[in-house]
Design a protein around this ligand. Structure first.
Ligand code: HEC
Ligand code: HEC
Length: 148
């Protein structure tokens, strides 16, 4: 009878422990990741341009970066704002670059008639760029001939 009541303190202890552990993980390598936009949200002084030139690729098969603001664009199970411009049905009217044939291929290499589920959430791979100082140094060099 008592067991549901007894469980509670255990779970709140676990929750507190998990919180502490995730806090520790955020402080890894003495970099304060709580300042990272992924954690703290986009700061006001961080400018994401509404429109910019298409950005150079840095390596073969890189998902191109998004050269426009995506403020308020929803991608949910019911609606995909990106496809409303980039989808095959719409790209000729919107002038947006059409998604490539690779986006119709499922993980078994089968070509589907619609966008493959693994390509549906565009922002997993395509990201806009903010004018922000990186919090961790990056020594990446573009592949030969790329990045220009
Ligand atoms: C209102 C129409 C519209 C919507 C909505 C839209 N885009 Fe775009 N997108 C464009 C246009 C137009 C361009 C081309 C801009 C240019 O060439 O300067 C573009 C360019 C891009 C590119 C660059 C392609 C390349 O080859 O460099 C990517 C990637 C992209 N969009 C992804 C997205 C994603 C992801 C979303 C949803 C979050 C989205 N777009 C929503 C119109 C749209
Ligand atoms: C799993 C990663 C991934 C996802 C998810 C994804 N893309 Fe891509 N996308 C890529 C890669 C990689 C390329 C470049 C090579 C290629 O075309 O496959 C690309 C290319 C593009 C291009 C440029 C096509 C061209 O011919 O230049 C557009 C536009 C684009 N994607 C839009 C989208 C939209 C819209 C979505 C969401 C419906 C989306 N992508 C989802 C990885 C992804």
């Amino acid at each position: 009878m008592k067991s549901p009541v007894r469980k509670k303190p255990f779970f709140s202890c676990m929750a507190a422990l998990m919180l502490m552990m995730s806090g520790a993980a955020l402080a890894v390598d003495a970099v304060d990741l709580s300042q990272s936009p992924e954690v703290s949200g986009v700061q006001e002084n961080m400018r994401i341009p509404k429109e910019q030139d298409r950005m150079a690729l840095n390596y073969v098969n890189q998902p191109p970066m998004i050269p426009h603001s995506i403020d308020g664009y929803q991608v949910t199970t019911n609606t995909n704002r990106c496809l409303a411009c980039h989808g095959v049905e719409h790209y000729r009217n919107t002038g947006a670059p059409r998604i490539s044939p690779t986006h119709f291929m499922d993980s078994d290499g089968k070509v589907l008639s619609g966008v493959a589920p693994r390509r549906y959430f565009c922002l997993q791979c395509h990201v806009p760029q903010a004018d922000a100082a990186p919090i961790v140094d990056n020594t990446f060099e573009p592949s030969k001939g790329f990045g220009k």
